[in-house]
Write a protein that binds this ligand. Structure first.
Ligand code: ACO
Length: 402
């Protein structure tokens, strides 16, 4: 009989780190986070500067190529992305196979995975050119697919991309235009959408990005890897948190009920957590949350929304949490999801679309990380070990004798 403990003792040591709290899974040159200082840099550029001055495709270029583009490079990149915004017409039928009441994230998992059935050339991961084509296809088609998921969900006809519009404007157009009415994209709202995309573009080795890398480490095609990332992102502890945060703000309903929820969040026997608070890496204010809060005010101002009870609850909740000893001690600050829900709701999106928008924006981060991994000569299949804690070896017993 094998003694498991002595087996481990003879096969060498390995680390046990559930949740990877102190284990690096890779080297990367893409994104740097200093969680204690509340710093987020993409290829060295601070997120607030990118969100303030850049546009989303410029950030995509930066993540993929490592540097900000020149004017000519940017024009060429915009052109290449724009050329790929259409999806194969047969995909429209693929959507129609889903129930109308399906969660749009369930639809996204299926449709994005199915891209590999439509774009066979881009599944050849050994060809650097095809790797870039796959990256551009994904960045270009995600808004179209996300808008189709939305239109299908609400029972309206699909709207084709309008390529003279910018990336965010085109997305708003595909979501909110209807065939029988004139629709003009509001530039302030388009800029807010663009900023939301920039803020979500990459965030180093979070759960979904690590999922994409792990899936890709086996040589799986990029569309399948991104579908794996979408599936992981859907969880409420990750991308589903903005939906959960908005639902929580609606449930709290008014400022006077906040103490009740703060007490629930502190109660060790209550599984309730304040959604939109806390982060594995940030033990300081999430730098994206600050920009998101500003964007929320801009959007509400532009739309003339003066008294939003959810915003009132959010601001008061933030104030209380930032001065409460439990939250201070545990370093629980608002994360990006805390304000993004209010903004997305004001832009006209139902809560079920929130994580879809996150997936759309994060696609560039996923694909940039996937490419970086594939292009690393030291790349190996990801294969974590485990600490076995089950039964020791024993003999099979016939069913009649058990
Ligand atoms: N409300 C109340 N208490 C909390 C919260 C919260 N939102 N978050 C953490 N805590 C407490 C935990 O109960 C734990 O207390 P303990 O030490 O007494 O056991 C302590 O703070 C540490 O929490 P962990 O869960 O161990 O921290 P971890 O780093 O694993 O979790 C996470 C981070 C998942 C983000 C967590 O803070 C959380 O669940 N937040 C709410 C969901 C959310 O907003 N997710 C979005 C993340 S950002 C993103 O994906 C873009």
């Amino acid at each position: 009989v094998i003694d498991i403990a002595s087996l481990y003792a003879t096969t060498g040591a390995f680390t046990y780190d559930p949740g990877f709290t102190s284990t690096a899974s890779c080297e990367s040159e893409i994104t740097y986070i200093d969680g204690d200082a509340g710093v987020l840099l993409h290829r060295g550029y601070p997120i607030d500067q990118l969100a303030e001055h850049g546009d989303f495709l410029e950030v995509c270029y930066l993540l993929l190529y490592g540097d900000l583009p020149t004017k000519a490079q940017k024009e060429d990149f915009d052109y290449r992305v724009t050329r790929h915004t259409m999806v194969h017409e047969q995909m429209a039928w693929f959507f129609r196979g889903f129930r109308r009441d399906a969660h749009p994230m369930a639809v996204m998992c299926g449709v994005v995975g199915a891209l590999s059935a439509f774009y066979h050339d881009s599944t050849d991961i050994s060809d650097p050119h095809q790797r870039m084509v796959a990256s551009i296809r994904l960045i270009a088609k995600m808004p179209t697919i996300a808008a189709m998921a939305y239109k299908y969900h609400i029972g309206q006809p699909f709207v084709y991309p309008k390529n003279e519009l910018g990336y965010a404007s085109n997305f708003l157009h595909m979501c909110f235009a209807v065939p029988c009415e004139e629709y003009k994209v509001n530039p302030v709202l388009a800029r807010a959408m663009e900023r939301i995309f920039i803020l979500h573009a990459d965030h180093e080795q979070n759960a979904s990005t690590s999922t994409v890398r792990l899936a890709g480490s086996s040589g799986a095609n990029p569309f399948a890897c991104i579908a794996a990332g979408i599936a992981c992102l859907w969880g409420p502890a990750h991308g589903g948190a903005n939906e959960a945060a908005l639902n929580m703000l609606a449930e709290i309903g008014s400022v006077d009920r906040i103490p009740e929820y703060i007490a629930k969040a502190k109660d060790k026997d209550d599984p309730f957590r304040l959604m939109g608070f806390g982060h594995r890496v940030y033990k300081n204010y999430d730098p994206r949350a600050k920009i998101m809060q500003k964007t929320t005010h801009e959007v509400l101002g532009e739309l003339g929304i003066k008294d939003d009870p959810m915003l009132d609850v959010a601001m008061e909740l933030e104030k209380i949490a930032l001065t409460d000893s439990y939250f201070i001690e545990k370093k629980l600050y608002p994360n990006i999801d805390f304000y993004s829900g209010i903004t997305l709701k004001a832009l006209g999106f139902p809560t079920t679309m929130f994580t879809v928008l996150f997936a759309l924006a994060r696609t560039v981060g996923w694909i940039a990380q996937w490419k970086e991994m594939i292009e690393d000569p030291r790349q190996k299949i990801g294969r974590p070990r485990q600490l076995y804690t089950g039964a020791t070896e024993r003999d099979y017993i016939a069913i009649a004798k058990r």
